[in-house]
Design a protein around this ligand. Structure first.
Ligand code: FMN
Length: 186
């Protein structure tokens, strides 16, 4: 089948790309708003951009407004990215529901958070690891989705995940189309 993207709706383009660029890692991003409410949401249009930088593409709410994550990153300059394995998959999925910005997904869905570094938003307690990031810039693109570049400042891993040589064995799940996949060695 040949597909000409200029003839496709945005929805169909999304469908083709999401099912093709697979597996995608999931950034489970926690941010704080001005009032200190912790927001938590997953993003899979997410990839490293060189060693220290990450890019995450953030769309809009159904109302057309900015998503809380983007708003908070712009306001506070900070984001914590927790990684997702099968033990947190269900909660991660729940946290993608569109809640009002004064309601914390972590409280609403009983997702336990922990503080690793008081300078950054809390990470998900059950995650095997997290990156603590600073906002770098937004890439100006003529598109609905906003590509945000974050710089990794610090990382945390559970003791059984990372050794003193920084050999790291994460059990991340990945986004594949609308479902999820586990990693397997070949
Ligand atoms: C696995 C998964 C991946 C997602 N990836 C993205 C993404 O890359 N970009 C995006 O804008 N929304 C993505 N979403 C939807 C957001 O999580 C959702 O819009 C959420 O409500 C945003 O929350 P916020 O307004 O609190 O930031 C994803 C949802 C799931 C379940």
């Amino acid at each position: 089948m040949n597909i000409d993207f200029s003839k496709l709706s945005g929805k169909d383009i999304y469908k083709v790309v999401s099912s093709t660029v697979i597996p995608r890692p999931i950034a489970w991003i926690s941010t704080l708003n001005k009032e200190g409410v912790l927001n938590l949401a997953p993003f899979s249009y997410f990839i490293p951009l060189g060693a220290e930088y990450l890019i995450v593409a953030i769309g809009h709410k159904s109302s057309g407004e900015e998503k809380d994550t983007l708003n908070n990153i712009k306001e506070t300059g900070l984001a914590t990215i927790s990684f997702v394995s099968t033990n947190t998959m269900e909660k991660m999925n729940l946290s993608s529901n569109e809640l009002s910005s004064d309601i914390s997904e972590s409280k609403e869905y009983n997702i336990e958070m922990k503080s690793i570094d008081s300078a950054f938003p809390d990470m998900v307690s059950r995650s095997e690891g997290a990156f603590f990031c600073e906002f770098d810039r937004i890439v100006d693109m003529p598109h609905m989705t906003v590509p945000v570049i974050l710089k990794i400042k610090k990382a945390y891993f559970q003791n059984n995940i990372c050794d003193e040589n920084y050999d790291i064995k994460m059990n991340n799940i990945a986004r594949v189309g609308k479902s999820y996949a586990k990693l397997d060695n070949i």
